[in-house]
Design a protein around this ligand. Structure first.
Ligand code: ADP
Length: 667
């Protein structure tokens, strides 16, 4: 086994790889960029080596620098993690040429499978059905039109060298093809430096199902079952699980066998993932093969009990696979949620800054793979994923409920996150049924009203009123010694009443102390709830309550009688009043928010890539005015109005903050 390895990555995956190395007694070398000098992976590693600038090209993508760092530190191997150089065949080759081991497949195999067209050809030889497609090189959009016609609309334009969903375009009709072709070509050239595009039939409402495989250098190949990753946004996975609700044992065995066959045909070694797409009739087709450890590998670890990084290290050392296919066993169900720094209320624009508070979920069946902690700096240079929370249950429902509660108590402040958005997915009845497709988020979360159990809203009224009550009581009690004790006429109150208001919902809440200090009876609009608060735990913004025998967690922030609460996908602001205050509060005018519409404010932090208009130009509402790059994504910024450009205060290359005025308009 290796004595020392270098991890050519950052964030949660670097931390995760270091964990296994520690368990195996392997020393670790971490590398980092200027932007990451405080990153968590540096604290965990035995040695750290700086690479240089914050831009990936100057650090995590700088092949020579990383190989030099490995040689200089005396590491024998490089683990590339995922992303960055993990699927770069040139880097794998350079690593081997430097006399080091690349922990992954041989460079030629990475090169072939990284080309989706070549991979499809291998899949065909392995007898795996592929999506109908046209894979010959097309010189013009006219040729592409003819090809699309023969494949049959709708079609998907795909970069051959693609990854991360970049450049892909769905085309429903012939007349949209020319425009989509030119955009796809543009993005493909920029992102991959290889402008080959192919055309594939677009499968409506598919499921994404992938198989984890492992191959050693002795010709053994096994699979570790499937992961379903259908819950996606813009082709990016958000929630993953194993096993999939779409497979039965027969289909699992058949697909697993095909995945192994593909690996054999490709001369594969180490960990890999064979991705399939399943149409609504249950037909499955090969999509692509990923030649690295996947982000979502923990769900496989939790149902198989295996450590995938350990297997990778052993195979890289030349050891044979420690088990045969029949010896791989599966137990229970695991679901993973990806937590990203982004603002779901503003179209998921990246959120950057310093993490000022950090409360992590813990629990027997909860695993947290994180790359951040309090004090971490989230910059615009890298992708926005901060951590993954994984829950394991005896069955899917148990895993799902545990994950919801884990996210209820995951408190990250300083940057905005998708935690509550992910919980909206997990509590949705259609997700709970396991009725998934890659359109799930568009169909059920973004473009339709989300059904919210009445009870959940009442729970938030209970929690906020109780926190308010306990705080009021503490204040009252602390003032007691100052009140006259003799001659007090009114008997002590036993039931306290409050009015809780949130958006248009108004609740009357009555709170009565039970037999012990930790029991409560609470009525919300006359519905009774029994509460237990063994140790009233309101710690670091998190509140734990046992309501009618089940335990729930809430995230709460309060200021005066305003209380913000997050619970199971809901985020609400409550106002709590005593009945007397409520009578008065009802007559207060509500504040009016003034919105300026002749000013374009920067919606996210990032770098200006292109300014598309000049002073004096006529512009229309919705027109793209400039392009901003942030966390590896380019986003267009649209005009908020019709009018003329009055002034432009940025140019390409400028770094900008949220809220900076980018342009003004004459209306
Ligand atoms: P990338 O390598 O860029 O991630 P993939 O080929 O893995 O691209 O596809 C990513 C996602 O795009 C899939 O999980 C699926 O949601 C969608 N997708 C890919 N091909 C098709 C197709 N032919 N029909 C429908 N959706 C597809």
């Amino acid at each position: 086994m290796f004595d020392k390895i270098l991890i050519a990555n950052r964030g949660e995956i670097a931390v995760r790889i270091i964990r296994t190395c520690k368990e195996m007694g392997i020393r670790t070398v971490a590398v980092y960029s200027e932007a990451d000098f405080r990153n968590l992976h540096l604290r965990e590693a035995d040695e750290v080596i700086p690479l240089g600038g914050a831009r990936p090209q100057e650090s995590y993508l700088a092949k020579e620098k990383i190989i030099d760092a490995a040689l200089q530190s005396g590491a024998q191997a490089i683990h590339p993690g995922y992303g960055f150089l993990s699927e770069n065949s040139r880097f794998a080759e350079m690593t081997e040429q430097a006399g080091l081991t690349f922990i992954g497949p041989p460079s030629e195999v990475i090169a072939i499978l990284g080309d989706k067209i070549a991979a499809k050809a291998i899949a065909k030889t392995a007898g795996i059905p592929t999506v109908p497609s046209h894979t010959e090189v097309m010189a013009s959009h006219e040729e592409a039109s003819a090809a699309a016609e023969s494949v049959g609309f709708p079609v998907l334009l795909k970069p051959a060298a693609g990854g991360g969903g970049k450049g892909m375009r769905i085309v429903y009709h012939q007349d949209e093809l020319a425009a989509a072709w030119s955009v796809c070509q543009d993005e493909t050239r920029k992102a991959f430096g290889d402008d080959r595009i192919f055309i594939e039939r677009y499968i409506p409402k598919p499921r994404h199902i992938e198989f984890q495989i492992f191959a050693d250098r002795h010709g053994n190949v096994i699979h570790l079952g499937e992961r379903e990753c259908s819950v996606q946004r813009r082709y990016q996975k958000i929630v993953e699980e194993s096993p999939s609700t779409a497979l039965n044992e027969l289909l699992r065995r058949k697909m697993g066998k095909l995945a192994c066959e593909l690996a054999r045909k490709a001369g594969y070694v180490n960990a890999g993932t064979v991705e399939f797409i399943m149409d609504p009739d249950g037909n499955t087709f090969f999509l692509e093969m990923n030649t690295r450890l996947q982000v979502e590998h923990p769900v496989t670890e939790m149902v198989t009990g295996l450590d995938l990084v350990e297997l990778q290290l052993r195979i890289a050392c030349g050891e044979p696979l420690p088990m045969k296919q029949e010896e791989v066993s599966f137990s229970g169900c695991a679901i993973e949620a990806r937590i990203c720094a982004e603002d779901p209320s503003k179209g998921f624009v990246p959120s950057v800054g310093l993490i000022t508070r950090y409360g992590a979920p813990r629990g027997k069946n909860i695993r947290l793979d994180t790359g951040v902690c309090a004090g971490s700096n989230i910059s615009v240079y890298y992708d926005s994923m901060l951590a993954k929370v994984i829950s394991r249950g005896e069955n899917r429902e148990q895993a799902r409920k545990q994950l919801v509660e884990a996210l209820n108590r995951y408190d990250i402040e300083g940057v905005l996150t998708n935690i509550d958005f992910v919980n909206q997915i997990l509590v949705h009845p259609v997700f709970a049924k396991g009725d998934l497709s890659t359109d799930f988020i568009a169909d059920h979360i973004e473009n339709s009203a989300i059904p919210q159990p009445e009870e959940y809203l009442e729970f938030t009224a209970v929690a906020t009123a109780l926190v308010h009550h306990i705080r009021e009581t503490l204040v009252r009690d602390s003032l007691k010694p100052m009140r006259a004790q003799i001659g007090s006429s009114s008997p002590p109150e036993t039931v306290y009443e409050y009015v809780a208001k949130s958006d248009g919902d108004i609740f009357t809440v009555q709170i009565e102390k039970g037999e012990s200090d930790f029991d409560w009876l609470i009525w919300v609009n006359d519905k009774q709830y029994r509460l237990e608060t063994p140790r009233f735990e309101f710690y670091r913004r998190r509140l734990k309550l046992k309501i009618n025998d089940s335990t729930h967690y809430f995230r709460i922030k309060y200021q005066g009688n305003f209380i913000w609460i997050a619970f199971s996908g809901m985020t609400r602001l409550f106002e709590i009043y005593s009945p007397r205050e409520w009578k008065l509060a009802r007559y207060m005018p509500s504040p009016v928010k003034k919105v300026l519409d002749n000013v374009l404010e920067c919606p996210m932090p990032g770098l200006i890539v292109e300014v598309k208009v000049r002073k004096g130009d006529r512009i229309y509402r919705g027109q793209e005015l400039l392009v901003i790059e942030s966390m590896k994504m380019e986003s267009g910024v649209a005009s908020p109005c019709d009018g003329y450009v009055d002034s432009v205060s940025v140019q390409s290359g400028d770094a900008v903050e949220t809220g900076k005025v980018l342009m003004t308009f004459a209306l």
